[in-house]
Design a protein around this ligand. Structure first.
Ligand SMILES: Nc1ncnc2c1ncn2[C@@H]1O[C@H](COP(=O)(O)OP(=O)(O)OP(=O)(O)O)[C@@H](O)[C@H]1O
Ligand SMILES: [Zn+2]
Length: 624
């Protein structure tokens, strides 16, 4: 962690000054004009006051226009408690007071008036002060309390930034490889601009929490030797209107002055949520303004000698406003995934550098036992182990300390995401290999690029990099059928290997069924039902413009039955194809699964090589 240096005047001291000044002023005013703040004198009803007067309890009274203060005698007849009451228009009052021996005087109106003014002016002043205080805490006010909305983006001084390099990040080799290019852009922009190439402005780092997105961004700045500004999207969420956008403006102003540099926006989804998902109440205006400002800034700066590259992190790319992903904005996405077993070992050894390890410690064995751990979990693990070693009075961290630490961290993680046991891991491995084998030969399945059994907490992460390409919009019937078979490949593998099936295939089945239903009711691909569009009992949908969607052809009970039958046929046919392909490649499935269980991830050339060996039992299967 680079020590961050705040180049701005110490904001906290100004705040303390402000608070001190205000409380002193408050005290003085309160002493001089107690009534300014609605004093703490107990109040009584007017009737009680008159009652006390008549009972000769009241010694003195000061009668004002809006208030009567009076002192009553205590048990010994000495002057005691003071009370207040609100007067009633009563011309007899002086007479009554006099008759009952009360010493009384009228309060000069001016004094009252001044007090009133103060009691009107002071509270709003205090309110404003408190408001500013919170603003400043939210990160405003870098140059004195009046500059609301200054960015809290921290500038990392150059030589401190360089402390973080790619060597500090492990297990995310592909992400690093893509970011090396960004480092080149920052170091020698000329080389690219001379040739007319446009330097990317925004890169989106997508991945689960704790996988090192922030660390990677810092490493890019460090490798390029440029300043690093960072800000978190969540800071904008509960802000006063207008502050978020002015903060974004200010951030980019600062960044441009220090260009070339990196601006890092963590939790981009907090500001970049899709504007259409705002809900009935129009969502969050402030967030929208902030998002618009961000878009404006990104469109505004031209990539040239003063390159500002914006890196942003999110673990929910699917929620982002599409405007953010357009060319010239975050048009590059880099996946920062949970590390595989080799990556985990590398991360462990980075973090183990800081602790004293016993010679017996086997980091590889620890890596094997920690599937699903993200970089941050592994860093945490090393620290836990060191703490346990200290508690157990070991002079170095032992393997047993790690074993105990793993249990603790896993217990914590299990609450957050799934960690698979060995049996589950085996089932998942066969299941995934099943998808891959069927997908490898089916028309219309996307090329299988990676099989992974590294558990993921977030179900949707897999589709992050699949930005739709033109050719995916149109599929023919054979391709759709191929997709259904591929979706069923996982479940079919489980059937063949274990003879039973698990709940893990539920999502696959849902998708396969949906696809089959669409083929029948929407695409008119069923011979029985013909090229008609059917609508099965769904509620009439309202379009964005408030118009009701054209109702589809209503479906009779009989037709509904036919549709069900057709859908079932399609899915079952896919199921049989998947079973046939897997049965014909039983040995290959075994080999790949064993290798997958060992390495957790198979991709690239070795995957291609394996999948090219898949046998098709009957060529006709591919064209039906
Ligand atoms: N790939 C990695 N290599 C080495 N250390 C890592 C890695 N990933 C995470 N760490 C450790 O975990 C810490 C937290 O990671 P970091 O904040 O970069 O994760 P993140 O992906 O930005 O998480 P979040 O999405 O929660 O912001 C890092 O400071 C580092 O110590
Ligand atoms: Zn599946």
């Amino acid at each position: 962690m680079p020590v961050q240096k705040d180049p701005q005047p110490p904001r906290s001291r100004q705040l303390i000054n402000l608070v001190f000044f205000l409380s002193t002023a408050f005290l003085i005013v309160n002493l001089l004009f107690p009534e300014a703040f609605g004093s703490t004198t107990p109040r009584e009803p007017y009737s009680m006051f008159i009652h006390r007067v008549q009972a000769h309890e009241v010694i003195k009274a000061s009668v004002g226009q809006d208030e009567i203060r009076y002192q009553v005698a205590d048990a010994n007849g000495e002057p005691g408690q003071v009370y207040e009451t609100t007067p009633i228009f009563d011309l007899q009052l002086p007479q009554v007071l006099q008759d009952n021996g009360v010493e009384f005087a009228a309060v000069p109106a001016q004094n009252q008036w001044f007090g009133n003014i103060l009691s009107w002016v002071i509270p709003p002043l205090i309110f404003v002060a408190v408001w500013r205080f919170f603003l400043a805490r939210n990160g405003g006010g870098s140059q004195g309390v009046l500059s609301i909305g200054k960015s809290r983006a921290k500038a990392y001084v150059q030589d401190e930034a360089t402390k973080t390099t790619f060597a500090d990040v492990a297990g995310v080799e592909e992400a690093k490889a893509e970011l090396v290019e960004i480092v080149d852009f920052l170091k020698t922009p000329r080389r690219f601009t001379q040739l007319g190439a446009k330097i990317p402005k925004g890169v989106l780092l997508v991945g689960p929490p704790g996988t090192g997105k922030t660390l990677l961004a810092k490493a890019v700045a460090g490798e390029a030797g440029v300043p690093f500004f960072s800000i978190s999207g969540s800071e904008f969420v509960e802000m006063f209107v207008g502050v978020g956008s002015s903060r974004v403006r200010d951030l980019f102003e600062q960044a441009k002055k220090q260009a070339p540099c990196i601006v890092f926006i963590d939790e981009l989804d907090a500001i970049g949520k899709s504007r259409s998902s705002g809900g009935f109440y129009g969502g969050n205006d402030e967030r929208e303004q902030t998002l618009n400002q961000l878009l404006t800034e990104m469109d505004g700066f031209s990539a040239g000698d003063n390159t500002v590259i914006v890196l942003a992190a999110t673990n929910r790319p699917e929620t982002l406003d599409p405007a953010l992903l357009r060319p010239g904005r975050f048009d590059r996405q880099v996946l920062v995934d949970r590390p595989d077993v080799k990556g985990r070992e590398a991360i462990l050894s980075i973090h183990a550098q800081g602790v004293k390890l016993d010679d017996e410690v086997d980091l590889k064995a620890i890596a094997t036992r920690t599937p699903g751990f993200a970089g941050a979990d592994l860093a945490n693990l090393v620290n836990e182990a060191a703490l346990l070693a200290a508690r157990n009075n070991h002079d170095a961290v032992k393997q047993a300390d790690f074993a105990e630490a793993i249990e603790r961290v896993v217990a914590g993680l299990e609450k957050k995401s799934r960690v698979l046991n060995d049996t589950e891991k085996k089932i998942v491995a066969y299941h995934e290999v099943g998808h891959a084998l069927v997908g490898a030969v089916m028309p219309g399945s996307d090329q299988v690029a990676k099989i992974s059994i590294v558990p993921r907490g977030m179900a949707a992460l897999g589709y992050t990099l699949q930005l739709p390409t033109e050719d995916r919009f149109l599929r023919n019937e054979a391709e759709l059928k191929g997709q259904i078979a591929t979706l069923l490949g996982g479940r079919s593998a489980e059937e063949i290997v274990f003879g039973s099936i698990t709940t893990g295939a539920a999502n696959d089945l849902q998708r396969a069924t949906d696809l089959a239903e669409q083929m029948v009711t929407t695409y008119g691909m069923s011979k029985v039902l013909g090229p008609l569009a059917y609508d099965r009992g769904s509620q009439p949908a309202f379009l964005d413009n408030g118009m009701m969607q054209n109702p589809r052809r209503a479906v009779s009970a009989e037709t509904a039955k036919e549709i069900d039958h057709e859908v079932k046929e399609l899915v079952e046919a896919g199921h049989q194809r998947a079973l046939a392909i897997l049965a014909a490649n039983r040995d290959l499935m075994e080999t790949i699964t064993q290798s997958l269980l060992e390495s957790e991830v198979i991709e690239g050339e070795s995957l291609k090589e394996w999948l090219s060996q898949v046998q098709v039992p009957d060529e006709q299967m591919l064209t039906v």
